[in-house]
Structure formats: C-alpha cells, structure tokens
Design a protein around this ligand. Structure first.
Ligand code: S3P
Length: 463
C-alpha cells in the first residue's frame, strides 16, 4: 500500500517532460449560474445504434439533443459506413433504420476512436448479424480489454478475431447460426451486458444476462427488455422475437457531466444561505447512474432535485446545488458500478470531506480510458492530499479546509481525469493547470467554457 502524507509532490509522474498544451485554472470562491449540460453520452450511443436497427417501416427516428461530443459522433460515423442513412440539423439527428440484418459490410475499418461503448456494443450487433467488418480504435481504446466480449460472443456461435485475441482491432465475420446463452456477468460492465443483449436479438432462444450488482440500464429501457429480480440477481432477456421499438426521443443532460459541477459546488466555500447557487436543468437522473448524488447528499451536500419528469424512457430533473460541509463516506462496493465514471471526482470530494473515506471494489477503474486509479493517485499527490492507494481503491483523509497546492495536472488524455483535476484546482491557493485539456471533447466539449463562466473568483469584498 503506497501512502502520501499531504506535502504535495512535484515528481514528473509517468508523463515525462514532454511540452503539452495546458489549460489554466484560477481558484474560485464559489460557483454560480446555470449550466446546460452536454447530452448524455451513454444514451446518445444507444439511441443511434438502436435507431439503426429499427425496421425501415418504423420511419425516420428523430433524436433531439444528440451529443456533439467525440464518442457519440464516432458511433454515427461507424453507422454511416454501415449504410445507415443519417442526417443532422443542429443537435437533432434523423436516422432511418435498416432493420436488424440490414448493415452493409463496410469497405474501410470502422473507427471507434476513444469510445469503448461504440466498440463493444457495435461488435455485438455486427458479430451476431454476421456482418464482416473490422473495428479499430485510438491508442487508448486499442489497449482496453476486449476478451470479456469475445469469449461469450464466441460461445453464442459468433465468429470473431482480435489482436492477441484480446485487443482491437476486432474482426467480425459471417457465422453458421447463433444461439442464446445464460450468462452471469463476471465483471459489472454495462458495455458487456449491452453487447450480449444486442447479440441475443439474433438468436431464436433467449439470451439471459444475470447481474449481481446492477449496472446502467439504458439498453434495457430503450429496448424495453424483460427484466426481473430473482435470488438477489437481476435477469435481463433478449431474443429474435424481441421487437426493436421506436427510439425517437430527447436525450437528457449527462449526469456524469453534472457530477463535476455537483462536487465543485459542494466543496466550494460558498454558504448554503447564499442567494446564488448552481442550477443544472434537464439532468438525467436514472437511478442506475446517480449513486454519486446520493453519496454527496449523505456526505452533507445540499442538492435539490426539482421538476422530476420523463424524457423518452429516461427520468430527468433540474438539480440545484446549494453547497454544504462534507463529512467522510465509504461507499458500499455494491454501488460502485452506479458511480464508476464519477469515482475520480468523488475522490476530489473526499479530499474536502472531514475524516477518513474509503473506496474499495473499484478495480475496473484500471481498465478505463487510462488507469484512472493511477492517474488520480498522481492528481491527489500533486494537490498535497493525505491518502493511501489499494489495488482496487483508495483511502483519503479529508478536510473541509484543505487548500490544494497550485499544480500542473496531467490528464493522461482522459476526459474524466482532466475535469476531476480542474475541480480540485478550483480550491487551490493559486493558479493551476491541466495538461492536454482538449480531451474533454470526448464527453463535454464546452467544459472549459462553462468552468470559466460559473467560476466566481472573488467574494463581494473583492478578496
Ligand atoms: C458505459 C459503461 C461503463 C462506463 C462508460 C459508459 C456505457 O463502462 O464506464 O463510460 O455506456 O455502457 P463499462 O461497461 O466498461 O463499465
């Protein structure tokens, strides 16, 4: 176990001394205003993929507020290469489905960019429909584990190959018929679950996925898949007989983007009675995504959830963050899948929460766009936090009066690390920087613009 005693570290980390573009962050006394969140990334991917396999007789699917971020745009460009007709007007995307078996084998490799969701879900569809294709990704995606999808897809009868039998590029090929499987998820991964449920749409007999710790359920909602609880497990089924329902809807604001603002406003020194505060309209509040909201409230953050309603098949609300003084928390490992993308910024919240917080059961963080446990170890060390690392988590000794050292943070090209580091920097005693800030375009292209707009740099007395 490696421990840090809160003195601030200035080592180079694993970044070397390469000159990199850096975004400057000024300390803020509070955050105030309204933020139009980027559209949800997970829901955008699914809305596009599932629209593409609707029956042409369903007509054009209209997806309002589709994400302009790089990952969901990768999904659109792959679908276009597969012969799906897609047109866009501003943030509205119009997709005419080709049906489950209507993909045209692409002439060139399908470039999934940085997007694990594009690669894993599309592989499920292409492998099970027997469409020959090659899926490639950037350096980060090419290093992420794919055996988790290859093995169960092969057990269904799909034909696939991959580099070293575990990494992209992945090749899908025609098969001699596939069959359903019953599959207890060995890792709590919504991408794996969704990949197999999509493949299940092509087999006569049902595919049944068994989940011990439920992950995000956007696929089940969007496809209206039968789901039941049994013996402490969630059972989700799909089969050839499952109709692909119409997908036209408005995509909610991304809770995972809201997370940065929820934490930033909760740890800012602003007072609850302050008349100004931060408002996040149209935030997706699907319970399989919002563990961070519950954890922050349990820690003492005052967050109001107003105007709850449905947007398509997804719940949304307006969130109003009033601040608070945070106390330590140790989340139960069973909720980790429901805040997996929010863990980096939760660690920042923990640095400002009175007492000892522990996260365990988060080994999956090592397999994200970068090793997010290693990257956050570096962020917290540079800030001068007191903490210790585990293979599957972290223990943080927090203090509401903690002031991070001014630092240059390495994002490792990972959007969530860049944004978590920025939230840390807002409480610093001086100017900080985040390297490779352009990576936030993966999920939140306007993040830096929004950060500057809502940061209040001086209190009323001008201090
Ligand atoms: C996602 C699932 C999660 C999450 C990712 C998006 C999805 O990945 O980290 O950002 O859209 O299904 P895993 O399934 O690998 O946990």
């Amino acid at each position: 176990m490696k421990s840090y005693s809160g003195t601030g570290h200035t080592d180079e980390g694993h970044s070397g001394t390469k000159q990199q573009e850096t975004e400057t962050i000024q300390p803020a006394v509070m955050l105030a205003g309204e933020i139009q969140l980027p559209p949800d990334k997970s829901i955008s991917h699914r809305a596009a993929l599932f629209s593409a396999i609707t029956d042409p007789a369903e007509g054009e699917q209209i997806l309002e507020n589709y994400s302009q971020a790089a990952d969901p745009q990768s999904t659109l460009s792959c679908l276009r290469q597969l012969g799906v007709s897609i047109r866009t007007e501003g943030n509205t995307v119009y997709i005419r489905g080709v049906g489950k078996t209507g993909f045209r084998p692409p002439a060139e490799p399908l470039d999934c960019g940085n997007s694990g969701t594009t690669m894993r879900l599309l592989t499920g569809l292409l492998a099970a429909s027997g469409t020959p294709a090659t899926l490639i990704g950037d350096e980060s995606l090419s290093a992420r584990p794919m055996r988790r999808i290859l093995a169960p897809l092969r057990s269904m009868g799909c034909h696939l190959t991959a580099r070293d039998d575990q990494f992209a590029p992945i090749q899908t090929a025609p098969h001699d018929g596939i069959h359903g499987i019953t599959y207890p998820l060995p890792v709590a991964s919504a991408q794996l679950k969704s990949c197999l449920l999509l493949a299940g749409l092509y087999a006569d007999e049902p595919t049944t996925i068994l989940e011990e710790h439920p992950t995000r359920d956007h696929t089940e909602r969007s496809l209206q898949l039968p789901t039941e609880q049994q013996d402490g497990l969630t059972r989700i089924q799909s089969s050839l007989a499952t109709p692909v329902p119409a997908q036209s809807a408005r995509i909610p604001g991304d809770f995972s983007a809201a997370a940065f603002w929820l934490v930033a406003a909760s740890v800012s020194p602003q007072k609850v009675e302050d008349p100004t505060s931060l408002i996040l309209p149209n935030t997706g509040i699907n319970p399989s995504r919002t563990a961070l909201l519950n954890l922050l409230q349990d820690m003492g953050a005052i967050i109001h959830i107003q105007n709850q309603r449905l947007s398509g098949r997804e719940p949304v609300a307006d969130l109003h963050v009033l601040g608070g003084t945070l106390s330590a928390i140790s989340p139960d490992p069973s909720v980790i899948p429901n805040c997996i993308d929010e863990l980096p910024v939760l660690m920042v919240a923990m640095a400002f929460a009175h007492g000892r917080s522990v996260i365990r059961g988060a080994e999956e963080l090592r397999h994200k766009e970068t090793d997010r446990l290693a990257a956050m170890e570096e962020v917290l060390a540079r800030a001068g936090c007191t903490f210790s690392m585990f293979d599957d988590g972290i223990e943080i000794h927090g203090d509401p009066n903690f002031r991070p050292c001014p630092a240059i943070y390495n994002s490792y090209g990972d959007h969530r690390i860049a944004m978590a580091a920025a939230v840390m920097a807002l409480r610093s005693t001086g100017e900080s920087g985040v390297q490779d800030p352009g990576c936030t375009a993966i999920s939140y292209p306007d993040f830096w613009k929004d950060l500057r707009r809502v940061s209040v740099l001086h209190d009323a007395s001008g201090k």
